[in-house]
Design a protein around this ligand. Sequence first.
Ligand code: MN
Length: 264
Amino acid sequence: MTWFSLPPALAARTDRIALRDPALISDLHLNAAQPATRAAFVRFCAELAPQHAELVILGDLFEFWAGDDDPDTVGRDVAGALAQLAQRGVRVYLMHGNRDLLLGSAFCARAGARLLADPTLALVDGRAVLLTHGDAYCTRDVDYMKFRRKARGALFQKLFLTRPLARRRALIGQARATSEAAKAAKAMQIMDVTPAEVEQAMANAGVHTLIHGHTHRPGRYPHVVGGHAVTRWVLPDWNLDTAPPRGGYLRLRDGDWELADLAA
Ligand code: MN
């Protein structure tokens, strides 16, 4: 299957972009309590990202997002760093994660970013690559999948955003506490992607490469789709406030993908 022969259902709900020399990041979980991680991101935008044609953020840039009307300084500073990058000619693409689903058009306008659908099909240097946050493939976590369907509903989001900001922040705080407690009780395997789901998505999209975040298990994972060896790249999460520091990004080096470690 080629770029031009996508099944209609997938073609209808998938963005397509062309990338030349992207840096890909995800799961920075930026928030007020982690100043070193925020500083690393600002430095990344000023020094490393400008060496690329595109910066692609595959979700969970923020630890939580209560709405674009939140005057929180973390959101303002991050938008500023991205806008400066965009002004330097780097295209900035942003995908929702599960934690910052409510990032909207106002934030994107401030950041000079374009919001991507999940998944998005990217043509990178002539090769089709599927980009996704990754939580959609964690199907063994039945409770989470149920929540995911609800939280992604347009009506649910619309109603949520009509609540006062303080109430939204309180509700998100409760949801985060519940989720942390649930995660502690779940088997590690449940919170990883289901290989068969990944392979089906890659077969449907006709790609040999899939890039996602979310699972915090950075690396290069081999899969087999239709008898072909294919590759799943997982982006690292960032945390430079707790030892050992971690963070990084995915880039192309001599035609091959490579994970670059920021914390080393
Ligand atoms: Mn996530």
